[in-house]
Design a protein around this ligand. Structure first.
Ligand SMILES: CC(C)(COP(=O)(O)OP(=O)(O)OC[C@H]1O[C@@H](n2cnc3c(N)ncnc32)[C@H](O)[C@@H]1OP(=O)(O)O)[C@@H](O)C(=O)NCCC(=O)NCCS
Length: 189
């Protein structure tokens, strides 16, 4: 496995994104939306036209394949006029790249050019690994919403945790972890 490069994605990256999502949907440790319902290619192609605007999408590429992503949606709850300073994050890294720090690089890269002040994230109660990442980055768990999501594929209701973080804290934690120095290194080495 070679070097990983990160880039702010636009609609031209949608096929790489879709390949990654399809791979993830067969991964039992995956708790992105593709765990709960089938990947809807048409809807994602439409949505990709907003990348670089209301949605920031950062993709990690290795050997031409997407192997990681972090996305930030601004104004998710009360619209852009009142909440352009609030961004909701969602993220994933491919199995061979887990435990290697790529997720902290993705956070660091996303935040360095972003003007949001507050970050939020919803995490499946079963996804301990993702909860650990958020806690390491200085997010607080604000609470748990029981049966907040229906998993169509698993045919069950899922309990979700809601996390809140401050951008400057998350950036500081990324620096402490060393993400900024790792940015151009081979994370798989
Ligand atoms: C969530 C995700 C991005 C985290 O990245 P990662 O590279 O796996 O993160 P780390 O390896 O740093 O793991 C975070 C922590 O969880 C711990 N951990 C690893 N595997 C674990 C497991 N099975 N159970 C509990 N904790 C675990 C790690 O030890 C680490 O803690 P530490 O730093 O104190 O040692 C990645 O696992 C992933 O892409 N998962 C699938 C997609 C997904 O679910 N995304 C999140 C949707 S909210």
């Amino acid at each position: 496995m070679g070097l990983v490069t990160l880039k702010g994605a636009d609609e031209k990256d949608v096929n790489g994104y879709l390949d990654f999502m399809t791979r993830l949907s067969n991964d039992e440790e995956n708790y992105t939306l593709s765990r709960y319902s089938e990947v809807d290619r048409g809807r994602i192609v439409e949505w990709s036209k907003t990348w670089g605007k209301q949605t920031l999408m950062v993709l990690a590429y290795s050997e031409g394949k997407v192997v990681g992503l972090i996305q930030l949606n601004k104004g998710r709850y009360f619209g852009m006029e009142m909440q352009s300073h609030v961004g909701e994050v969602a993220y994933a890294v491919d199995k061979p790249f887990r435990g290697k720090g790529l997720i902290y690089l993705l956070f660091y890269y996303l935040l360095k050019d972003t003007d949001v002040r507050i970050l939020t994230a919803w995490v499946d109660e079963r996804n301990i690994r993702s909860q650990r990442v958020l806690e390491k980055l200085g997010f607080y768990e604000l609470g748990k919403a029981d049966e907040f999501l229906y998993s169509v594929k698993e045919k069950m209701f899922v309990n979700m945790l809601f996390y809140y973080g401050r951008k400057e804290v998350v950036e500081r934690k990324c620096r402490e972890i060393g993400a900024e120095y790792e940015l151009f290194k081979d994370v798989t080495a």
